[in-house]
Design a protein around this ligand. Structure first.
Ligand SMILES: *Cc1c(COP(=O)(O)O)cnc(C)c1O
Length: 400
């Protein structure tokens, strides 16, 4: 095949021909990235306020992560979990030393991390709680696309057409402690939730909500599972979102930013809970392989040792302030919400055109559902990037 330079239109046509159509993609062919910028195959630059969906928190192609991947790839890429793997042990240790957890299981995505969390909760329920299996999850949540995780996801649209689904999930409204109390039964083993609902529209619960969930779990002898796949790893201004409330879960899932773009997922738990898993109960061929772990370890070190999280928290406040100012001039903006660098803007109309026009103006932004603009920039974003976003949005909102 001729491998000469291809235009965007040619790539898009080929992509539609060969790649399964599970995504409605923007007509944009991205081929390079550095820091806050990505470039398309024709050399046009874009300012990235979505960061690969909260993944590239250190910016694109961070030199230390690139170097770690290159070095490890040349040394040892994969051997399987039949053997001990030093970079895996080192990343597990970093996660344990910086969280509530005592043990880590590595996998390759957020859905897998949640699948592991659900299996661990069920195993614990079976062995320790005398046969309990039901998990209470939240309406409007998002936990992934495997059969168990679409079932845990409290949104009908993700489940439709995939029945029969696994049994044992009960849904309650988010941010409603009373609803959890009422849903607990003699079968319940766990409550599973996001500290902030991300895909569900950037919904920040009331202060003390997570504390309340923790209290119910303690009183009723349930496991508290936090899905920090999107909001973990510094996104909210602390390493983990649960730290804002001074509570800790029994199980937590991580993925997105963990490898800064290299696919890495993790499921963390306390010793008490993790001990429900014995050899053979759960596994992953690729999970925790040397290459993924080298990427994860380099990303973790940069994130925690170079002030990136604190910087992100500061710029997050600035982003919210600038969006609030913009809101005072555009009545189509109903509410600005979020924490750190997960920020949403609820609009009075569908946002597809706004997102498209921002792309045309050279700025990538995200959405959460049909009416919420979502901003998930790399945590290295600077005030002047925010200013450019605001100027662009101002013009776009003027036009739509
Ligand atoms: C993205 C996401 C997932 C799923 O992660 P994948 O890596 O796409 O499987 C699960 N939970 C939350 C909160 C997410 O944001």
């Amino acid at each position: 095949m001729d491998t000469g330079v291809q235009s965007s239109a040619e790539w898009i046509a080929e992509g539609e021909r060969y790649v399964m159509g599970t995504y409605k993609r923007f007509p944009l062919v991205l081929t390079e990235g550095a820091g806050m910028a990505v470039w398309d195959c024709e050399g046009r630059e874009y300012l990235d306020f979505i960061g690969g969906i909260a993944v590239c928190s250190l910016g694109h192609s961070h030199p230390k992560v690139v170097e770690a991947i290159q070095k490890q790839a040349a040394k040892l890429t994969h051997v399987s979990n039949l053997y001990h793997i030093p970079p895996q042990i080192e990343l597990a240790r970093l996660l344990v030393e910086n969280s509530f957890a005592d043990k880590v299981f590595f996998c390759n995505s957020g859905a897998e991390a949640n699948e592991g969390a659900i299996k661990l909760a069920r195993k614990y329920g079976c062995d320790i709680l005398g046969g309990k299996y039901e998990i209470i999850t939240m309406e409007n949540s998002f936990h992934g696309r495997t059969l168990a995780t679409i079932t845990a996801t409290g949104q009908e649209k993700f489940r439709k057409g995939f029945e029969p689904l696994p049994d044992g999930f009960v849904y309650v409204p988010y941010n409603d402690l009373e609803a959890i109390e009422q849903a607990v039964s003699e079968r319940t083993c766990a409550v599973m939730l996001e500290p902030i609902q991300a895909e569900g529209g950037v919904r920040v619960p009331d202060e003390r909500y997570l504390k309340g969930v923790r209290k119910i779990c303690d009183e009723r002898n349930l496991l508290m599972i936090l899905d920090e796949v999107q909001v973990g790893m510094g996104r909210t201004g602390k390493l983990f979102a649960y730290e804002h409330e001074g509570v800790s879960p029994d199980i937590m899932s991580l993925a997105k930013a963990l490898g800064n773009g290299f696919p890495v997922g993790a499921m963390l738990a306390t010793d008490r809970v993790a001990s429900a898993f014995a050899p053979g109960n759960h596994a992953s061929t690729f999970g925790g392989n040397p290459l993924a772990m080298a990427a994860g370890k380099a990303a973790f070190e940069v994130l925690t040792q170079e002030g990136v999280i604190e910087h992100g928290a500061r710029v997050g406040l600035y982003l919210k302030k600038r969006l609030e100012e913009l809101k005072s001039r555009h009545s189509c903006m109903l509410e600005v919400r979020g924490r750190g660098l997960i920020v949403g803007v609820e609009m009075d109309r569908e946002i597809a055109e706004t997102v498209n026009r921002c792309i045309d103006a050279g700025v990538l932004i995200g959405s959460a559902g049909t009416h919420v603009l979502r901003f998930l920039p790399p945590l290295i974003v600077e005030e002047h990037h925010v200013d450019r976003l605001i100027t662009t949005l101002d013009k776009v909102l003027e036009a739509v």
